[in-house]
Design a protein around this ligand. Structure first.
Ligand code: UT7
Length: 380
């Protein structure tokens, strides 16, 4: 069986910084309100020349460099974004062109802020199935172009940026260990851009009615964000045969610091094992976890063999949890003989269920033998 190792990571954020202080001059708000309610101090805003493609290309080049891979070796590019340059074609095709990844297949994946974790899951499956060797997964967003800068409910939250990872086929157990994806479309109106799609195509009326801007029901999203992702994270850990204590680092979607704190409290993970950069970038939607993962790696917070839990949620409403093993731990005899490693090998060989049943039968047989011997010796 092949595994999808995260072999490279990169990020790009625009240079232009928009601080809470500057926002105070644009809408009726304050640095104190924004920071205490969201944890955000500033965010990055793309300039007029920057696009989702240009940001993605910069992040991808950095990721390819870390992986030591040439773009011509890429088999597939998945771009998690809801703000591509064009409705048609996919941003992934433009990224493919600019990277010079001639033989890569390319498609966009729209799953709101969960887009990068969705992409990581899909990309990993192309590798574990043996279809591809090298997959590039990007999370990129230029939300600033869809913001009503008079709407204090939304304009204080979002920022622009891109992150990328290179997945490479590996024989050692690494990369995605378990995942859980989902969606509750019934609540799609909690976060959406009503105009510009095929239902309300772009026209002056759509523009005048503000239908090209993000509309958000913050309260509804908040309730969703502090509950569903927790259940999803727990399910994912369970299917990986791990507990929250085995997680070295939780990287949640950087939506709101209060949401992050609530998730951590419910999951029972201390803040020291949670990666947060919302103060610098705000909510960068599909880019948020990709950028955070890259910064965590750059800051040396991940060692080979560490388990990282990625937790995305957002427009859709979607959710995506991914339990990732970082790098490949050095193989020592004690590690190979540990119950966890043995369980993992059995799991990979598809023999875990059989082994568990065999173990249970053996235990039952030993118990019966003990009882029989005990009662015979008592009777004697
Ligand atoms: O990627 C997923 C996307 N989005 C999310 O995850 C967002 C989830 N929701 C949130 O993060 C929070 O709901 C917000 C940050 C959007 C809002 O925070 P809140 O604590 O839920 O505030 P609120 O909407 O209940 O508003 C409280 C008060 C209101 O005033 P009154 O009615 O109490 O007088 C608002 O009008 O704060 C007011 N308010 C503001 N004041 C200053 C709302 N926005 C602002 C603002 N500055 N920017």
């Amino acid at each position: 069986m092949k595994y999808a190792r995260i072999a490279g990571w990169g990020k790009y954020v625009p240079e232009r910084i928009l601080t809470n202080r500057t926002l105070e001059q644009m809408v009726e708000t304050s640095d104190e309100w924004i920071f205490s309610r969201t944890g955000i101090r500033e965010r990055r805003i793309a300039d007029s020349a920057e696009t989702v493609t240009s940001m993605s290309v910069a992040a991808s080049q950095a990721a390819l460099q870390v992986a030591g891979l040439d773009s011509s070796e890429l088999d597939l590019i998945i771009a998690g974004t809801s703000t591509p340059d064009y409705l048609l074609p996919a941003a992934a095709s433009m990224i493919q062109d600019e990277l010079g990844a001639e033989r890569a297949a390319a498609f966009d994946l729209r799953a709101g802020c969960a887009g990068f974790v969705y992409g990581l899951t899909v990309g990993s499956q192309f590798i574990t199935s043996g279809t591809y060797q090298n997959v590039l997964v990007v999370g990129a967003e230029i939300t600033s172009k869809f913001i009503d800068w008079q709407d204090r409910n939304t304009c204080i939250l979002f920022g622009d940026g891109a992150g990328a990872v290179v997945l490479q086929a590996d024989d050692q157990p690494t990369g995605l260990m378990a995942s859980n994806l989902g969606s509750r479309g019934a609540d799609h109106s909690a976060l959406f851009v009503p105009g510009g799609g095929s239902k309300y195509p772009f026209c002056q009326d759509v523009l005048d009615r503000g239908m090209m801007n993000i509309r958000m029901d913050g309260g509804r999203l908040y309730k969703f964000a502090v509950s569903t992702p927790v259940r999803v994270a727990e399910d994912t850990l369970r299917s990986a045969g791990l507990t929250i204590d085995d997680v070295k680092l939780l990287i949640p979607h950087q939506a709101n610091m209060r949401i992050v704190e609530s998730i951590c409290k419910r999951l029972g993970i201390p803040q020291e094992r949670v990666f947060v950069n919302i103060q610098k970038y705000g909510n960068t939607s599909a880019a948020s976890i990709a950028i955070a993962l890259c910064e965590a790696a750059e800051e040396g917070r991940l060692e080979p063999g560490d388990h990282v839990l990625l937790l995305g949620f957002g427009a859709g409403l979607t959710w995506a949890a991914a339990l990732v093993r970082w790098g490949v731990p050095e193989l020592s005899l004690s590690w190979m003989l540990s119950p966890h490693a043995i369980g993992e090998q059995l799991h990979a060989a598809g023999a875990w269920g059989t082994a568990r049943r065999a173990g249970a039968t053996l235990l039952a047989a030993a118990g019966a033998l003990f009882l029989a011997t005990f009662s015979r010796s008592k009777g004697a």
